[in-house]
Design a protein around this ligand. Sequence first.
Ligand code: GRF
Length: 208
Amino acid sequence: KKLAVFVSGGGSNFKSLHEASLQGRIHGEVSVVVTDKPGCGGSEYANEKGIPVVCFPRRSSLPTALSPFDLITRLREFQVDFLLLAGFLKLVPVELVQAYPRSILNIHPSLLPSFGGKGYYGLKVHKAVIASGARYSGPTIHFVDEHFDTGRILAQRVVPVLAKDTPEELAARVLHEEHQLYVEVVEALCEERIVWRNDGVPLIRIKG
Ligand code: GRF
């Protein structure tokens, strides 16, 4: 399978997915990286590894601005099967959601539907979790719809929130699980082990 990874930040999830693909654990390759922040860690890593980078969105004032349809055309040129959001901070345009049904995933660093939506990104998520007094947190992987963090939940992992946690400490504990969970889920995705229950809930079929 061919994968497009969308990044805006450090790209540690992208890196762990890329490594899992090189090791043959994921039966797929990262064919292209899409970013709204050309200088970010994720796009630098893609450059180092020789993976093509597409910038989206370009500033709409520029004559070279990329429309959602231009992006779809580029992704089709790369024959992409799945789109993986890994720390991509922009809302995915509805045209893209419609062009790739049941094929776009996002990872979010809280147990959705709690602590999700616009404004919940980066350390803000972990600060809010700690302030709420919740005893558990963890990453969620979900299919992407036209809103922030509301698509169907596919997988979650739980980590404890410790009494003395700083947002940074909690973020690190969650991120560690993110790397493992995303690889596991994309492994299943590429092996066509996602099944959809009649009520629209996606499930992962265990290997073997
Ligand atoms: C992760 O915590 C992810 O859940 C969130 O943004 C962060 C990205 O980290 N959506 P990285 O860029 O993969 O290191």
